[in-house]
Every structure is written in structure tokens, then in C-alpha cells.
Design a binder for this molecule. Structure first.
Ligand SMILES: NC(=O)NCCC[C@H](N)C(=O)O
Length: 418
């Protein structure tokens, strides 16, 4: 009998291998469908201007395409997955989305189900992403919660403005991925789209994709913290968004079922400006990284724990260290490495450019990075360190507090030369 080897449609064994396929989300109505009062809860710092945000995002996507990258869109794959899954899958998806939006049953559930259920899969996906306002439905709720508590709130279903940060709800690692239970309610529904794609889209379903950790957990992890340094070493941020217990959990799964043998947990400040490791630290070449000086203490120290498999199954060894350079050199077998400080280390420029994602570079090949044009001091420094820097326009996209790495989820990268 002929045995056919299944090849996973996901192949991502580094942060820097030549990027072949990436998942993006073009900003839609969801990034305008909220008021200033809703901004903190929705994790935004301002109201973006949609036509310009779309223009900037198209420029980003074109920059990737011009460099040989296949660009897939979350909104399109989600609808295609539902098309492929059929009626039962669509019904299950909608029920789950309604449940996670606060309507497991009841009259509002029924009205929303009828409203969204009358749409094509593509329209339904776009509508759910954009949010559902009360005035869209010809329905007056009569339950006590609606009458006594929520009468002034405009939405039945909140918009999901953070969807264009495709980095976070899932993360491709090796030939698999983590589908993430995210920290804040504003983003928790997002990974349901990723789960649906992996389970039902013909490109991904039944193709041997490993799910290292699914979204059905109470502990929290987000892709901005998950850095695939090479084919056996990861770095994961202990951050506002990723908890230490989730890191231990995914480390155990990676060690037991994959080729990974080292996870470096890096503790960063827990605040909005630095919510993920990739807002302060990214890998951009075999031996080069961006680092925001604001994460380093006196003498350049930072808490790291190198996690490796323990003696017995399921056990983990921890090695604590505070010298990031030493830890990375040891794990990556490098004689030296170049940590390039955001804003050239100037405290004012570093703080300002990090806020607008000056550390958040997307490597599309070793030594080739995509960055926001507004971070001109950091960009100039990267060039001085020998990097090829492709700048993209960034006035509106940056209002969501994420840069080129946050806005992209690499699915396929070429393997690195050994
Ligand atoms: N990887 C990233 O750092 N993503 C940026 C996410 C920004 C978004 N407004 C959030 O707070 O989740």
C-alpha cells in the first residue's frame, strides 16, 4: 500500500526565514464603529480614519506582495471555511459567536440569529467583525437586563477593531499553531475565526496541522508574545497578555509533540504600551534583534527563564538569568549578537518611537524588515546596522498600538540556511 506523507500547510520555523505566505485582515467598519468612551475597553487610543487606514493597510499588503509574499485575508478565509463546512458548521459557528457575545439563548439571541442567519457567509463574517448596533434590528427587547441596565448601550455585539492585528489570536509554530485564549474580552472572540479556518477551510482542514494549544483554556497567551527564534528555540513574553502558566503549558506540548526543546520566558513590564514581547523585542537577522531600552533595568538586566524538558515526562527545568544577550547567545549558539536599541537609546526618542511600534519590525527575510515610516530614528539606526528597511505608511494604523509584526501572521516561511 502506498503511504502518502501529509505536508502541513503551515511551515514557520523562524522569525526571519523568507516569508512566503502571511495572514492579514484589512481594516473594516469595526475600526470606526466605536465612541471615545469605548476606546479603553476596546484597547484603542484613538478613533482611526477608515479610508486612510485601508490605504495604509493596502500599501503594507502590496509591499509584502512586491516581495514575493502570498497574502491571505482573515475575513475571506473565514467565509470560505463556513462555505466549505456547510449548514451545520455555520450554525455551530454562529451559536458559539452569539454565546461568546453574551447570548447563549433568549429573545436577543433569537433576533440576532435571525438577522445574521439571513446573510451570506461573507456578509455575516464582515457584520460580526464590524459589530451589531441595536438600531439595525427591528426588535425591542423586553428583558430586565436590556430595560434596566443596558438601555443606553448602542450595541448588541461589540465591534472587533483589533482584528487587523492578526499576530495575536493565533501563532504559527513549526508545522502547527497555537489558537489563543486571549486576555481581554475585547479580543477573546477573535480566535474563533482562526479555529474555524483551521478546522474547515480546505487549505488547512485535515492536513496534519498540529494545534499545540487550543483556545479552550482559562490561562492566557497571545501571539505577540510568541517568537519562533529557530526550529527548536522559542522566546515567549511573560506580559500583560501572556501568563506564566500558559507558557509552561505550551512548552510541555511543544516538547512532547514537536521538535522544540527550549523556551526562553522573558518578563516584560505589564502595561498598555508594551502589551506583548514583540512591542519591545523582535528578531530581524540571524544575530540581530531590536530591543526597547525601556525593558532593561540597571546594567541592562531583565528576568529570563530558559525552560527545557525535565528528567521525567511533563517536567520542566528552569534556568533563571538576567543577561539577555548571554541567554540568547547560548540558546542560538552564537558568538556574538547585535541588540539594536529603539530610538538609538535616547530616552525621549525611544519612548516616543516605541509607542508607535518602532521596535515592532516584521522580518520578511534575514536582514530585511518592514517598519513604520514614522519611526525615522530607529529606521536610520537599523540601516546603519546593515538592515534593509522597507518603510510603510502609518498615520492611522498606529492608533491601534501595533506595527508590521502585529499586523501579520506568517503561515509559511522558507527554512533558514544551517
Ligand atoms: N502583537 C501586538 O503587539 N499586537 C498589537 C495589539 C494592539 C491591540 N490594540 C491590543 O491592545 O491588543
Amino acid at each position: 500500500m502506498e503511504v502518502t506523507q501529509m505536508t502541513s500547510p503551515i511551515h514557520n520555523y523562524s522569525e526571519i526565514g523568507k516569508l512566503k505566505t502571511v495572514l492579514l485582515k484589512r481594516p473594516g467598519r469595526e475600526i470606526e464603529n466605536f465612541t471615545p468612551e469605548m476606546m479603553p475597553r476596546l484597547l484603542f487610543d484613538d478613533i482611526p480614519y477608515l479610508p486612510i487606514a485601508q490605504k495604509e493597510h493596502d500599501y503594507f499588503a502590496d509591499t509584502l506582495r512586491d516581495n514575493g509574499v502570498e497574502v491571505l485575508y482573515l475575513e475571506k478565509l473565514s467565509a470560505e471555511a463556513l462555505d466549505a463546512g456547510g449548514e451545520e458548521v455555520r450554525d455551530h459557528f454562529l451559536e458559539q459567536m452569539l454565546t461568546e457575545s453574551g447570548y447563549a439563548s433568549g429573545t436577543i439571541h433569537d433576533a440576532l440569529k435571525e438577522y445574521l442567519g439571513s446573510m451570506s457567509n461573507q456578509d455575516m463574517v464582515v457584520k460580526i467583525m464590524a459589530g451589531v448596533r441595536k438600531n439595525e434590528l427591528d426588535f425591542v427587547p423586553k428583558d430586565l437586563v436590556s430595560c434596566a441596565e443596558n438601555q443606553d448601550y448602542e450595541f448588541y455585539m461589540d465591534p472587533m477593531p483589533n482584528l487587523y492585528f492578526t499576530r495575536d489570536p493565533s501563532a504559527c509554530i513549526g508545522d502547527g499553531l497555537s489558537i489563543n485564549h486571549m486576555t481581554y474580552p475585547a479580543r477573546q472572540r477573535e480566535s474563533l475565526f482562526n479555529e474555524t479556518i483551521i478546522k474547515y477551510h480546505p487549505r488547512f482542514a485535515n492536513q496534519g496541522v498540529h494545534v499545540w494549544r487550543d483556545r479552550n483554556h482559562t490561562t492566557r497567551i497571545e501571539g505577540g508574545d510568541e517568537l519562533v527564534l529557530n526550529d527548536h528555540v522559542m522566546a515567549i513574553g511573560v506580559s500583560q497578555r501572556t501568563s506564566a502558566d500558559a507558557i509552561q503549558d505550551i512548552a510541555k506540548n511543544l516538547f512532547a509533540h514537536g521538535q522544540y526543546d527550549t523556551v526562553i520566558a522573558i518578563k516584560i513590564p505589564h502595561n498598555h504600551a508594551m502589551m506583548h514581547l514583540d512591542t519591545v523585542f523582535t528578531m530581524i537577522n540571524y544575530d540581530q534583534f531590536t530591543v526597547h531600552p525601556g525593558i532593561l533595568g540597571k546594567g541592562g538586566q531583565i528576568d529570563t527563564w530558559t525552560i527545557t524538558p525535565g528528567q521525567n515526562k511533563g517536567e520542566l527545568n528552569l534556568q533563571h538569568d538576567t543577561d539577555l544577550k548571554k541567554v540568547l547567545k547560548a540558546a542560538l549558539h552564537l558568538d556574538d549578537l547585535d541588540l539594536i536599541p529603539t530610538g538609538n537609546g535616547d530616552p525621549i526618542i525611544a519612548g516616543r518611537e516605541q509607542w508607535n511600534d518602532g521596535s515592532n519590525t516584521l522580518a520578511i527575510a534575514p536582514g530585511v524588515v518592514v517598519t513604520y515610516n514614522r519611526n525615522y530614528v530607529s529606521n536610520e539606526l537599523l540601516r546603519k546596522h546593515g538592515l534593509k528597511v522597507l518603510e510603510v505608511i502609518s498615520s492611522e494604523l498606529s492608533r491601534g498600538r501595533g506595527g508590521p509584526r502585529c499586523m501579520s501572521c506568517p503561515i509559511v516561511r522558507e527554512d533558514l540556511k544551517k
